[in-house]
Design a protein around this ligand. Structure first.
Ligand SMILES: C[S@@+](CC[C@H](N)C(=O)[O-])C[C@H]1O[C@@H](n2cnc3c(N)ncnc32)[C@H](O)[C@@H]1O
Length: 357
């Protein structure tokens, strides 16, 4: 299981993208989760401007040393076409004041390719210059299966063209991200029209931009499969937390029943399953400590409480006190509390407790 500092990658592409930090982080997590979960396909951005979001996808692939997937960049490299009335008042305002919108989102192909070289990702990228209505149909077959389709093209006509040409190529459990769903009316209409017309049932997911108190949303993400990005993201973050503190190959105890399984890191499934000792709730505190030591003697080196199993630490008071004095809390956040059991393994656990019933 590989962990990586996604913030560092987001910082590297910051000068080349107008996309907010939260959406960029989300995108990097989606690419990482897609690769870890073995969801096949390439990565496509329609509407790249200076290239930052596409570069980010490539940087994640580079860090993971994934060489058999490409990032496709579709853009006019001449800026936005004119919006239509269906795109709404915010779009009309932008059209009336192009200088306020990064000179109508203009960046040349040469400039973007230069930035890609600077970041060392050019060998992961496929640039296609031109208007979508021409370039998308011409390149559909070349692109092939798509793991993530990122549509950041603002207007109704452009977004409709991207969905019409590429949606069917997005693989099962792949993602479609609509950056402008909340910004421009035409983007929202294009999505609703396409989904309604095709009777597509996949759910639209949005998260607040900066936590619950903020009135803005990141974007709209659609997971084209039986799951949601929320569930996949929770699982991804859990797996990254565990991988950040539990050395590869170590066995760890997971407090709570197997019904937590949807949240359990499942990639690579066979490896992780063999490393997890599921621990269903003990009958008493006293038994809890004895059972813990049973796992410990069987080679478990860490104990993880994944939400919602935090109640264990309130309910089993003796176990909690025991962990405080015999274990080392190595991670505590809203998803997980993890104790290293190394201390107890080296003899701090009294023998009578490890054998009592
Ligand atoms: C908001 S910018 C993209 C921002 C970019 N994704 C980023 O990371 O900052 C929108 C881009 O879409 C492109 N675009 C919009 N409609 C297009 C179309 N029909 N054909 C080609 N390019 C288009 C524009 O040239 C522009 O670069």
């Amino acid at each position: 299981m590989q962990t990586m500092d996604l913030n560092e990658l987001v910082r590297a592409v910051r000068p080349f993208s107008m996309v907010d930090e939260g959406s960029l982080t989300d995108l990097a997590q989606q690419v990482h989760a897609t690769v870890l979960q073995g969801i096949p396909g390439h990565f496509v951005e329609c509407g790249v401007w200076r290239g930052g979001a596409a570069f980010l996808m490539a940087l994640v692939l580079k860090q993971l040393q994934v060489r058999d997937r490409r990032v496709w960049l579709f853009d006019s490299f001449e800026g936005l076409p004119a919006p239509q009335p269906i795109d709404g008042p915010a779009a009309a305002d932008v059209a009336a004041n192009p200088s306020r919108y990064f000179d109508n989102c203009t960046a040349s192909l040469e400039e973007v390719q230069g930035a890609a070289r600077q970041l060392g990702v050019e060998s992961y990228l496929e640039f296609v210059k031109g208007w979508f209505e021409n370039t998308l149909p011409q390149n559909k077959t070349r692109v092939g299966p798509i793991a993530i389709l990122r549509i950041d093209a603002d207007w109704y006509e452009s977004v409709s063209c991207c969905l019409g040409n590429f949606y069917d190529q997005v693989v099962s459990s792949g993602f479609v991200v609509l950056d402008d769903y909340y910004s421009y009316d035409g983007c929202a209409v294009a999505l609703h029209e396409f989904f309604g017309g095709r009777q597509i049932h996949h759910r639209l997911e949005s998260r607040p931009l900066l936590g619950e108190a903020n009135a803005h949303y990141l974007n709209v993400t659609v997971c084209k499969g039986p799951e949601t990005w929320a569930l996949m993201r929770a699982r991804y973050l859990l797996s990254q937390d565990i991988a950040s503190v539990v050395p590869a190959g170590d066995r760890f105890i997971l407090a709570g029943s197997k019904s937590l399984v949807p949240l359990i890191p499942s990639y690579p499934a066979e490896l992780l399953e063999s490393r997890i000792c599921f621990w269903s709730s003990p009958q008493s505190d006293h038994l809890a400590i004895a059972e813990l030591n049973g796992f410990r003697h069987d080679g478990a080196t860490f104990l993880a409480f994944a939400w919602p199993a935090f109640w264990w630490l309130d309910c089993y008071g003796e176990l909690a006190a025991y962990l405080r004095s015999n274990g080392l809390c190595v991670l505590e956040n809203e998803r997980l509390v993890i104790y290293a059991l190394e201390e107890s393994r080296s003899g701090a656990v009294p023998d009578d407790q490890s054998t009592s019933t």
